[in-house]
Design a protein around this ligand. Structure first.
Ligand code: URA
Length: 249
């Protein structure tokens, strides 16, 4: 048995808070009876649940890891008709949504799920989930600039939290460099803005790691299902107290 608002949120009706409001407003029925108290527990396998008189569909939960190519919107629809990530999920019938964001021009690891609770836990700022990027920049920023990125830089929306930053590859002619950066926040275009702040704009960005997940075995444009163990470990990790990150980690 599960709480009614949790089941509604998991079914993708709305956020858990909004589902609570729907229940209180008398918009939710269980087995034909209006249930307007929040404590109610239901059996999703046996009870018929309806919102506004419409039965809700309880989909099987899926958790996917997509190797997103660049030039694709990390969304399920695009008013401008551009390619969206769900175009790369043949055979997935469930309505899945990206977990957090990845820019149109950024490639790499993107999780998708129809489990709203999972998504919320992994993207909540409080959990500071580590995300690692490989940023290609023109030229070679001095080590002191990387230290600055690691310590935190001032952006329009405030200082960035400590990050781990290191060189991966430096062109001996100084034309470009590949830098690995691990951040624990998920602000809009954060990595690009951080490099802009040190005057080394990113020319190519790729997310290579999300927590302990990597792109290993998943070629560009392809996806795989997460294992049950991976889902469990991600949730455990999201619940764990934050780890300290510094320039020497
Ligand atoms: N930071 C960015 O700048 N872009 C992304 O897509 C992700 C992180």
């Amino acid at each position: 048995m599960e709480r009614l608002q949790k089941i509604l949120a998991q079914a993708g009706v709305a956020s858990r808070r909004k589902c609570e409001d729907l229940i209180k407003a008398g918009r939710v029925e269980v087995n034909g009876e209006v249930v307007s108290t929040l404590g109610a527990k239901v059996d999703p396998a046996a009870d018929e649940i309806a919102v506004n008189g419409r039965p809700i569909r309880l989909e099987e939960k899926v958790y996917l890891l997509l190797h997103k190519p660049k030039g694709v919107i990390a969304s399920v629809t695009d008013p401008k008709g551009r390619k969206v990530v769900t175009d790369y999920l043949p055979g997935v019938k469930q309505r899945v949504y990206p977990v957090g964001r990845l820019d149109y021009d950024t490639e790499g690891l993107l999780l998708l799920t129809n489990d709203g609770e999972f998504s919320q836990r992994l993207t909540h700022p409080k959990h500071e989930f580590p995300k690692t990027y490989h940023a290609t920049v023109k030229g070679v920023p001095h080590g002191s600039l990387l230290d600055k990125l690691a310590a935190g830089v001032e952006l329009e929306d405030g200082m960035t939290a400590p990050a781990a930053v290191e060189y991966v590859d430096i062109d001996p002619n100084g034309k470009q460099s590949l830098i690995e950066i691990t951040i624990h926040e998920g602000r809009n275009r954060q990595v690009r803005r951080m490099f802009e702040a040190i005057h080394y704009p990113v020319v190519k960005l790729r997310r290579v790691r999300f927590g302990f997940l990597t792109l290993e075995g998943v070629p560009r444009t392809k996806y795989r299902h997460l294992t049950k163990q991976e889902v469990k470990e991600l949730l455990d990790m999201a619940g764990r107290p934050k780890q300290k990150l510094g320039t020497d980690t």
